[in-house]
Design a protein around this ligand. Structure first.
Ligand code: G3P
Length: 218
């Protein structure tokens, strides 16, 4: 399973890359607004660091504007993937862009049927938002399971990016289900490595080593 960082923060992106975990990055208007810089310059900086795909979202709601914006965003770097909302206009924009060789990531996906349509339109990626489904007492991970099943049934090439991840269980279940990618916030990536028994074990090893050193000095 590939790991993407769900962030537009340069420091977080650099640190995740240094840990050897960065397969790609996803951004959205909220994440770019949080950084407060010119979004094009911010995306340029991100693309200079990241070797894998970097998702950047269009703002337009009509397919013509989506396609126009997508072409502008692609001028930033070759690894830009265009994030497009799952609407009828979005599906049309996905079809046009993919036919022109521009990869898309269908965003704000909340149902397996939406994901089916994205695959039919030829989208490179689909992003089910699991945390936001859990927020309304739905079951985000169950939707991912259904999408993976449908894509397997018909051998669709569209990759599933599990998005709106809130905690490590979302990542674990994604890997068990066989989702292609998880896009994870920085804090959750850091949580994945934590285990209390690792900390306790490390403390004990160091204490025992110090005892051995003290004995050797006597
Ligand atoms: O990748 C989509 C993600 O950024 C949405 O996350 O936490 O705003 O639901 P959240």
């Amino acid at each position: 399973m590939k790991i993407f960082l769900d962030s537009a923060n340069i420091d977080e992106i650099k640190r995740t890359k240094e840990w050897g975990l960065l397969d790609g990055v996803t951004t959205n208007p909220t994440l770019l607004a949080k950084e407060g810089n010119d979004p094009v310059k911010q995306l340029e900086q991100i693309c200079n660091i990241v070797e894998g795909p970097v998702s950047a979202e269009v703002i337009g709601l009509e397919w013509e504007n989506m396609v126009k914006e997508a072409k502008e965003l692609r001028k930033i770097a070759e690894n830009i993937v265009i994030k497009i909302p799952v609407t009828l206009d979005g599906l049309k924009a996905i079809k046009i862009l993919e036919e022109e060789g521009i990869p898309t990531n269908a965003t704000l996906c909340f149902s397996p049927l939406q994901a089916l349509l994205v695959a039919k339109a030829g989208g490179s990626y689909v992003s089910p938002f699991v945390g936001r489904l859990d927020d309304i007492a739905d079951d985000g991970m169950h939707i991912v399971e259904e999408i993976v099943q449908i894509y397997d049934n018909y051998a669709f090439d569209t990759e599933v990016i599990v998005a709106s991840i809130r905690h490590p269980m979302h990542v674990l279940i994604s890997a068990q289900i066989g989702a292609d990618i998880c896009t994870i916030p920085f804090n959750t990536i850091a949580q994945l490595v934590k285990h209390p028994l690792t900390d306790v074990g490390l403390k004990r090893f160091l204490e025992d080593w110090k005892k051995l050193e003290a004995k050797a000095k006597r």
